[in-house]
Design a protein around this ligand. Sequence first.
Ligand code: ADP
Ligand code: MG
Ligand code: ZN
Length: 459
Amino acid sequence: MTFADVAGAEEAKEELQEVIDFLKNPARIQSLGGRMPKGVLLVGPPGTGKTLLARAVSGEAGAPFFSISGSEFIEMFVGVGAARVRELFEQARPKAPCIIFIDELDAVGGARGVAPALGGHDEREQTLNQLLAEMDGFDPSTGVVVMAATNRPEILDKALLRAGRFDRQIVVDKPDLEARTAILRLHTRQVKVGSDVDLRVVAQRTPGFVGADLANIANEAAIRAVRHDHAAVTMADFEEAIDRVIAGPEKKHRVLDVAEKRRIAFHESGHTLVALTVPTGEPVHKVSIIPRGVAALGYTLQLPVAEKFLSTQAELKDQLAILLGGRVAEELALGDVSSGAHNDLEHASEIARSMVTQLGMNDKLGPLTFGRRRQLAFLGVAGDEERNYSEDTARLIDGEVRALIEEGQQRARDILSAPRPALDALAARLQEREVMDRDEVERLVREQEQAQPGPAGAP
Ligand code: ADP
Ligand code: MG
Ligand code: ZN
């Protein structure tokens, strides 16, 4: 298994190249003063090729591969999981340079002590503690690299992500149109494909599908061709295979119709443009309208410039405008809003309420906290609230929270209606490309600004 067996995933491959270079010659990287990777976490939805990539790294580097899956631990007796982890590291160490791969890390690596009441997490905790101890106990210069994969990074115990453990994270995202075409091409290498088949059209019909689904489609299409005695796999075979996978037993895919795609493109463009415009907006790393799951249809990924522990009032207000930007863009461009903004509203309401009741960022209520909460929901764990204030205060709080949200909405409206062509242009490009990275977005916005004499602040 090598990178030739993995189509698309270019960013992930690029980042993994470093690990390969290291495994090929650990001493050299060290003598050059390079940082040695110790723990590399592959993060992404199921079926995107994380396991495949880990195996390919081992193949590319010619390094032995020792693997174990978190799910194997689930029903083990207390102590067995921890012993298994110890054994795995013991086996691997003499074979260095090598890779230890822990698939489905979340099955063992979920936060400790979250639901002790549900009983019997002792085993998982012991396994996790053993893993942490093993990772701390080896010197990366020996050439052992621990890789892991998860599709639920948010539930991982924070201790796993600390420096010296899985401190390098690589996102393996759902494939875009180009990547889907490449994956289909790869999985039809051994198949006789008819001249009427255009794999790009198959890729166009399958936004949101991951590599595993596309491999499945190629396989189904070939099976159907055999059943129908076709000399080669036809487009009709592919069409039916797509329908089968869409309607499949799990019904996990929603295929977006054109109107929905347009709406999501405007929604995400709204978030993006507001984020680019407000003073403290983080750079938009990537914007996508490829459906990710049930809750999120598209997403706009912002990356903080530096790791941050504090948020100022100005930053939180900007965040509100960014969150409301999606809904406002839908309203401006399409005349009404949709249920797609539900998560944004929930998130925005949490921030606004925290600003008023927890962070003392409101003049009328002053620097007091209202209600006792274990932790601020938008910073991590949601806490239950215990009310310790009067009805009148409650009414005042509601009014101020509402005012903050309305202010954010108005700011988003001002930003998005000033350079409307930018919103239209970005949404159009996004419908066509499905995913845009930071450079593409910034280039497009700059072009729009040059074409359009600056609206804001222009005399
Ligand atoms: P994950 O570990 O992310 O759930 P896997 O690596 O198990 O996904 O992928 C399952 C199968 O899907 C692979 O064996 C391969 O056939 C196919 N697949 C997934 N992603 C790709 C890709 N990028 N290129 C080629 N095949 C892929
Ligand atoms: Mg896997
Ligand atoms: Zn949104």
